[in-house]
Design a protein around this ligand. Sequence first.
Ligand code: NAD
Length: 441
Amino acid sequence: MAPNAHLTALTRRIVDRSAQLGIVGLGYVGLPLAVEFAQAGFRVVGIDVDERKVKSVNAGTSHIEDVATSTLRPLVEKKLIRAQADYKGCDKLDAILIAVPTPLRKTKDPDISYIVASLAAIAPQVRAGQLIILESTTYPGTTEEVVLPELTASGLRVGRDVFVAFSPERVDPGNPVYQTKNTPKVVGGVTPSCTKAAALLYGQAIDHVHPVSSTQAAEMIKLLENTFRAVNIGLVNEIALMCEKLCLDVWEVIDGAATKPFGFMRFYPGPGIGGHCIPLDPHYLAWKLKTLNYSARFIELASEINGHMPEVVVRRASAILNQAKKSVKGSKIFVLGVAYKKDTGDVRESPALDVIRLLQEEGAIVSFNDPYSNAFRGEDGRVEKGIALTSKSLAAADLVVIVTDHSVYDYASIVKSAKRVLDTRNATRAVTSGRSKIEKL
Ligand SMILES: NC(=O)c1ccc[n+]([C@@H]2O[C@H](COP(=O)([O-])OP(=O)(O)OC[C@H]3O[C@@H](n4cnc5c(N)ncnc54)[C@H](O)[C@@H]3O)[C@@H](O)[C@H]2O)c1
């Protein structure tokens, strides 16, 4: 076979849509990606160890808010998407994209066990002519140090027989403007042929592809993006603490600074950070640097400040109740929103869970409401269930704490019915009456 015959064959199959794709992990990243490729005309097999997700996808029902069932179902009916809970038939696939979780261990060290587990299932089936792309966020070096050796253990040569790349996902759940298709995709291959094959594949489904020189650069780009957010949120949270000391309204200060048309970018303070990315990803970078005897100071500081915000919320709640001659112990506190981000139901790493736990530890009687996620499992494994948001449930609380600023909430009615409100997101900015009841972060 000529040196680049596998690349030529793969290219042809990608361009004429006969290439079969596998997407490992049908979560927030994998399912939208599967839909995008299916809409571009590819047959996609989704592999997920969670049988419930497999069943729901095969029934054409989406479990991800950003993917409408009305979008998914026709693709399943046309047999462009199907899901399975095992790795059978990976050798038949032309490209496999891995989008499994990359959490942290309790020690804040990277937990790449999901990547390792999926590789262990894929590697024995890898054959010449395949393209394997890691999408999960991870530390620089993972693709070459962890993924590549597994895929080439059988003697396949990277860039000649098998093509390996890293391409970070940038999905922003709930973003009405930027979704998978119109968010530029960074791609870095182990060799130029790997980059070429991966960029070609993404180019079929995604509007703009940005190739970079290596897998490590692609891995680092993702970590820069999320570290940038974590550090700037940490900065603005600290500015909020400073404003509190100075008796200034941090929201007014941010609005004022944002009138500068250059050199300033808005970030908002809040009860802390959550989700699968911002609180976790920078630690992947910090961990890697630790192995090189370098301390990632901005990351550590931002993590400390952001991680402290739920305690700030509880301190503020306590101060408000104190003004009303009440203690946290025994007070009824109604938390609005438990998702980490507005208009989503994602409670992973949500600061609301910390706020609720800390309030409970102080003896408060805490209830909550979230229109997107009205039940969650606490650290102790117990399922906490939300209550209805009514004028009665609001009025019954000694304090209402707005933790997530969901757009569907009617903030004027909330303030009207509540005795007191602690607004950690400036969600009540447009409310005109009852302002004396509102305290902001
Ligand atoms: N959610 C986001 O907004 C976002 C954005 C950018 C990047 N990322 C990154 O993308 C990756 C995936 O994140 P996500 O939010 O989609 O996670 P997720 O938990 O929503 O989905 C991951 C899926 O992988 C499945 N899975 C776990 N182990 C598996 C295995 N061995 N084989 C097959 N399937 C397996 C899980 O059942 C789950 O459905 C992570 O590295 C994350 O950091 C996430």
